[in-house]
Design a protein around this ligand. Sequence first.
Ligand code: ATP
Ligand code: MG
Ligand code: FE
Length: 332
Amino acid sequence: ERLLAIETSCDETAAAVVQGGSNVLSNVVASQIDSHKRFGGVVPEIASRHHTETITMIMEEALNEAGLTFSDLDGIAVTEGPGLVGALLVGVNAAKAAAFAHGLPLLPVHHIAGHIQAARLERKWQYPALALVVSGGHTDLVLLREEGDYEVIGRTRDDAAGEAYDKVARTLGLPYPGGPHVDQLASTGRADIPLPIAWLEEGSFDFSFSGLKSAVLNTVHNAEQRGETLSTADVAASFQASVIEVLVEKTRRAAEEYEVKQVVLAGGVAANQGLRAAMEDAFKEAGPALTIPPFRYCTDNAAMIGAAAHIQWKKGITACWDLNGVPGLALY
Ligand code: ATP
Ligand code: MG
Ligand code: FE
């Protein structure tokens, strides 16, 4: 089947045509980063307005790139949540209008299921599988006993990994979104500044990054007050090392405890070079197979929504015309 997938949960207006859940016929992403940069973060009102202005064009572009028209499609998939409500609503309404006008089924998709299923665009998996989801709003360990069955076994208790990256970037005077800049800077520094790692209770697969974030802030401010010069590259490297150590170690432990055959790295922070390398190192020996999507499928895109929609399609799950954008939607 061929699905047109739409994603507008945050600040990317995206549409893609995906065939059979893994064959990406087109993948169009319009980023709004330039419009939000001067505010140091995503401004919801501006995001909605941009989505409204561009969604029709982006959908047409996705169809054109695939060399198809609406009559060649079998359904329209759209991110239902979580995300910014005003942003979600633009995609949901565009999807509803197109599905209604062309007599196509409407498939609702959870954004995080999309991030996870991005790894299926690359390779088939074996089950049970474990996904480490690290993004702007999430740091979750998700167990999949079978296809499309999501159980969150660990989550962040405060900041998400991506959020911590963006805040540390701001402290270091790097532009928004800071993740990629910290990543790059970290590769040139030495991880020799002592920073805390929150392991939490024995056996817990939860995460916490607010203590680490505050420690970075204090380290930088204390150095400033004493008039000392601190290498920002060393701060970035030390912060990144702390984040990676806890992410990789908890993933390794969970993979062992649940005897998974497949490990997946997902979400925008999965674009992090240091994290990718550390995960590859941790799972290079016999044990579960590791799949990391290419960069373009890590940060928000619609191809991943098409991949997740394929599972909905197989189960025959469709939405009614009253489908809404749900900001705090639970994973399904
Ligand atoms: P969610 O998916 O939780 O709803 P989101 O969609 O806003 O949140 P994503 O687009 O998946 O988040 O990821 C964006 C985040 O990824 C940002 O916080 C960004 O800084 C971070 N990020 C992107 N590239 C890198 C990198 N190379 N290293 C670290 N972080 C990165
Ligand atoms: Mg984004
Ligand atoms: Fe996302």
